[in-house]
Design a protein around this ligand. Sequence first.
Ligand SMILES: [Zn+2]
Ligand SMILES: [Zn+2]
Length: 278
Amino acid sequence: MLTNYHSHSHYCDGKGSPEEQVQGALAQGLRAFGFSSHCPVPFENKWSMKAERMTDYLAETNALKVKYAGQIELYVGMEVDFLPETLGPKSFPMLDYCVGSVHYVELNQFGQPWEIDGSSVEFLECLDTLYSGDIRAVIQKYYGIIRQMVDTDPPQIMGHLDKIKMHNAARHLFDESEPWYVEEVEQTLQAIAKAGIITEINTRGNYKRDLDLYPSSWIIKRMHELNIPICINSDSHRPEEITASFPLAFQTALAAGYREVRILLGGIWQDVALENPF
Ligand SMILES: [Zn+2]
Ligand SMILES: [Zn+2]
């Protein structure tokens, strides 16, 4: 049973219309599919949906639910940025669900929100300028903001948990086995387990940058020990990416001990058997 609740269209930085996504989802054999454009944010950036597009987004995706009823279950969500005291899942009560993601840690050297999942050139410049290259301080800040979201404004789905590791590909910044890093992840997983939040296995880093999954397989193993529910999402930005790298995600989840995934079906989050269809 294939599902994907993390997807982007031309309403934000993805390619193709919501209907083209639905066609892609049908072609790739999905049972349920969720729209999750980047939510509007209170500053300029290159990839979020503009606030004035939101009414159209909700109308268009909700209309598709009706049009495709009987063929595929569709859900209207958003990938919501958590900005402490400013923005989070609670800001969007009209949605079926939220993927909660941390894309920003404070302000950069130009006084703009500092993206942790943008270009590595910009990330490293800011790391060196503001933090004298102290990646540990930045990562502690990043996981601290995630825990704040989990504790104060929990989403249904935790988005790409360890995405900040992607900059290791541009310059080796840290080893994931370093005790301070393991401890940050552990504290965060404990908070997620307590809150009962579904944590996605996000395949985008794998098919786009040839990286490991988000999160890494050792984290997925620990998630299983802590009984944290998972779902498998591609964070697609094109209709043809909807199941990209899914075989790796299924294999990794099974190897970590998972036998169930939690999916939204019939309007209810429920556990179904995890079977590798690939
Ligand atoms: Zn994201
Ligand atoms: Zn995304």
